[in-house]
Design a protein around this ligand. Structure first.
Ligand code: KG4
Ligand code: ZN
Length: 333
């Protein structure tokens, strides 16, 4: 019987969850609105917001789970990668609370947590499992041979897929984070209204910076000819651009799936919340004979439930961190 509180604060979401015997009992997320007007996350503001919110979010998660803090067996936190100031708030809070309660701490890697999101609800994937991990900071094709046995088959050479969404949104005057709004506006648009270049990178890797620049020039030239271009064509622009990103994501994933012979396929991370990606991967799975795994929406964008499930595996394996543990802002080597 394990009762674990998990905290996630790697970027601009302050989140806490409680897991009891590998079952999520609460999952509370407070998303910071303050960054909207800046077109991206402002690190200093993010850490201040975490400081303001963390106590309320943790209390909310314990309350919803009907768990008293004295009943907890361990406290887990995201150790990295992420923004240093943001991570520090969650890590320090978790360490102090665990020290006060005299219970162990569990350090979780943010990317491993996104992958672990697949093991919250049933059915869970069988190993080997091929997962497209797409977020605001990462784009990777990952082969999971086991919960902690992870091989990265491909990565982005520059921007992440989430950035490709958010930067295009900024060009269109859409507030941060633009991904969900491009998704929304694109729903009624024509996928083929505009053509954007397909990036070319070897292997199972990705590149989004050329696509982003092509989008910038495309919008600039159209606006020169017609200052109302964006306003009149928002749905078609979003649908066409989104189609390019999503079809490219699936194209590389398909290569990796065919070459590896793996048929257990999934998506995770914030961009996995994209309705068009969810639809297209499901269709692809049906034609390819793949079993497709997509976490519930609340477990795609940053949340603490995914940290909690990853932590419960570590708890069961007896893997704990010590009080000297510090956050790592960059990817674990
Ligand atoms: O995993 P996540 O919440 O944070 C990071 O670890 O980065 O991912 C955030 C990213 C943002 O770039 C956001 O625009 C994108 O996920 N995102 C979406 C959607 N929902 C979130 N992108 C496209 N369509 C969506 N529906
Ligand atoms: Zn994330």
């Amino acid at each position: 019987m394990s009762k674990i509180l998990a905290i996630e604060s790697s970027c601009d979401d302050t989140a806490a969850a409680v897991i009891v015997n590998n079952r999520i009992l609460s999952n509370v997320t407070s998303s910071q609105k303050i960054h909207e007007k800046y077109g991206g996350v402002v690190p200093e503001l993010a850490s201040r917001e975490h400081q303001k919110n963390i106590l309320f979010v943790v209390d909310g998660a314990l309350e919803q789970a009907h768990i008293n803090k004295n009943e907890l067996d361990a406290i887990a936190f995201t150790q990295g990668p992420g923004l240093m100031g943001s991570l520090l708030v969650g890590v320090s809070f978790a360490k102090a609370m665990a020290l006060g309660l005299g219970i162990p701490i569990i350090a979780i890697d943010h990317l491993e947590a996104h992958l672990a999101a697949h093991f919250i609800d049933k059915p869970v994937p069988k190993f080997p499992f091929l997962c497209l991990l797409v977020s605001g900071g990462h784009t990777q094709i990952v082969k999971m041979n086991g919960i902690t046995d992870i091989e990265i088959l491909g990565s982005t050479t520059d921007d992440a897929a989430g950035e490709a969404f958010d930067k295009a949104a900024k060009i269109l005057g859409i507030p941060y984070p633009g991904g969900p709004l491009i998704d929304k506006y694109g729903k009624d648009g024509n996928l083929h209204a505009y053509q954007f270049p397909l990036p070319e990178v070897p292997g199972y890797n990705y590149s989004f910076s050329g696509l982003k620049t092509a989008f910038l020039y495309f919008v600039r030239d159209k606006m020169k000819a017609d200052p109302e271009f964006i306003r009149h064509n928002m749905a078609d622009i979003c649908a066409s651009y989104q189609h390019r990103i999503v079809s490219y994501l699936i194209m590389q994933l398909e290569k990796a799936a065919i070459d590896s012979g793996i048929r257990e396929i999934g998506i995770s991370g914030g961009v996995a919340a994209n309705s068009y990606l969810r639809k297209l991967i499901t269709q692809k799975g049906a034609t390819m004979g793949w079993n497709i795994y997509i976490p519930a929406l609340q477990y795609c964008t940053d949340n603490a439930a995914m940290v909690a499930i990853a932590a419960s595996f570590k708890y069961d394996a007896g893997v704990f961190a010590d009080q000297a543990t510090t956050p790592y802002p960059r990817k674990k080597q």
